[in-house]
Design a protein around this ligand. Sequence first.
Ligand code: ZN
Ligand code: ZN
Length: 153
Amino acid sequence: MKLIFCTSCQHVFKLRRQQTQYCPCGMAWGRYHDERLASYGGESAVPLIIVNSQFIKAFRAWQEDDTRPFAELDFTGGFCPLKSETFMHEDDAKLIEKLKQLGGPRAKCPFCGDIIQSMHRLDFRACECGKSFITGGKECSRSSENLEFLKED
Ligand SMILES: [Zn+2]
Ligand SMILES: [Zn+2]
């Protein structure tokens, strides 16, 4: 999950899809653009990431037995690399959104959940797990089976 830390009021907050979320002092904000892409804005915003799978694993372990050693209840998270392709400054995210409109339909891999899009006729894109692909740009000339095409909002 993607979070924002405000360096001014030191608040940490989670992002949502439809609506921009702000910290209490208003110097940091952010939102999701789709299931994967999120952006942050404001001069005090610092992007944070928690690895979901590890977070859930640690949470389940804690539910079972909260006296386990801390190492078993720990999860990975930290500051997001500033060059991340899925969590970026809002100016960059706007650019990506514009670029997305130039490409073909976007589709989700039913196995790994990765979202793929072919940007032009010869652009071949595979998902993270390698089971799905899409190519052909706007005409989407070829794709693997079972792809879930996304309705753009
Ligand atoms: Zn703040
Ligand atoms: Zn996949």
